[in-house]
Design a protein around this ligand. Structure first.
Ligand code: AHG
Ligand code: MN
Ligand code: MN
Length: 352
């Protein structure tokens, strides 16, 4: 048999192996998405092309870091007080250059930049992108998975043609047009979602140089007995948070099994596992960090949007919907709990 005509995306070939000859690359996916929106100008598609190029570039340098002396500290620190790794700086520069070069981005908020970066060469650009270029950078030198987190906002008409102020950019996650992350692990995994849309996962094929749709319409499992939190902070937690995690480890029901603990220390990797396997990820606000550790614009809000669109849930330490939280400053922080819907019900119940 020569071929089935690609009706199911597979061509039988000569052997028994099924070779997919109808591959959906991210480029094709974006083109098809754009065609569904008659009003689309193509600007968002171009912005996404620049985003994916930055992810490929960052993936490339992470893979080569040990070989080309890119491990270790850069000798500087960012505004939130973290020592910058060389790859934090390179990742940020790659990301900012890609956004500038897209011609579709008006400004970038980055974890590694104290202030908003404006692209005055694109005065009428409609998009603003928030990013954590390398999330989990303390894991870099050990070759443990890290990631890039991004959130895309569309500026309202009232702002187009003038320089947006910080106030214009301090939007809650509910205003995000698109969000997602790329995890640099055994392979690079890109997860992206649009406002009110599904969540789709792509795997970078290094030989093709393309992100391939491998996880269409991702749905988080309804529950799973896995919790992911830095338990070393437990002495600082509130009594309710302590009681919640105790209840997972010491179930009250007769014969109840305790939860498994998994903590990588890269939010992207912990969140990606949570998305695939289910469970709960938390970085609660605590007595040491009353505002929490993770940053709203480029860590909490994009992840919350992915979780919600995949059927999960995300709240801050006051149990308010994460996507409703408006940051007070561009680097503002929040506590976060996110994950499977039934696990999140337990979180809400325990924090009443
Ligand atoms: P970043 O590397 O961008 O500063 O983010 C690190 C974050 C996040 O990835 C992770 O969930 C958390 O910090 C880990 O913090 P602890 O080391 O305090 O557990
Ligand atoms: Mn981070
Ligand atoms: Mn970072």
């Amino acid at each position: 048999m020569a071929s089935n005509g690609g009706s199911n995306g597979y061509s039988s070939g000569t052997g028994t192996e099924k070779i997919n000859t109808d591959i959906i690359s991210l480029t094709r996916f974006l083109t098809e998405e754009q065609a569904k929106h008659k009003e689309a100008t193509g600007d968002f598609t171009l912005l996404c092309h620049a985003l994916q190029f930055s992810f490929k570039s960052i993936a490339y340098y992470i893979r080569r870091a040990t070989l080309i002396n890119l491990t270790g500290l850069a000798g500087s620190s960012n505004i939130t007080g973290d020592d910058q790794k060389k790859l934090d700086v390179i990742g940020n520069d790659l990301f900012v250059a890609a956004m500038r070069g897209s011609g579709r981005c008006r400004a970038v908020v980055s974890e590694e930049e104290d202030e908003i970066i404006y692209f005055d060469d694109s005065p009428n650009a409609r998009y603003v992108v928030a990013c954590d270029p390398i999330d989990g950078s303390s894991n870099l030198d050990a070759g443990v998975s890290v990631g890039t987190i991004f959130g895309v906002f569309k500026l309202p008409d009232s702002v187009i043609g003038r320089k947006p102020t910080a106030e214009d950019l301090l939007m809650p996650g509910s205003e995000l047009l698109a969000a997602g992350f790329t995890m640099y692990g055994a392979s690079a995994q890109l997860v992206i979602t649009m406002k009110g849309g599904s969540v789709n996962g792509f795997t970078l094929d290094n030989a093709l140089g393309e992100f391939i749709l491998t996880h269409p319409d991702m749905r988080i499992p309804k529950k799973r007995a896995i919790y992911s939190v830095n338990e070393g902070n437990s002495m600082y937690w509130t009594d309710k948070t302590k009681a919640y995690f105790e209840s997972l480890k010491y179930p009250k029901e007769e014969g109840g099994k305790p939860y498994s603990s998994r903590y990588i220390g890269s939010m992207v990797a912990d969140a990606y596992r949570t998305l695939l396997y289910g469970g709960i990820f938390a970085y609660p606000a605590d007595k040491k960090s009353p505002k929490g550790k993770l940053r709203i614009l480029y860590e909490c809000a994009p992840m919350a949007m992915v979780m919600e669109n995949a059927g999960g849930n995300a709240v801050d330490s006051n149990m308010a919907r994460m996507l409703d939280i408006k940051p007070a400053t561009i680097h503002d922080r929040s506590g976060i709990f996110m994950g499977s819907p039934e696990e999140m019900d337990k979180v809400l119940e325990a924090h009443k």
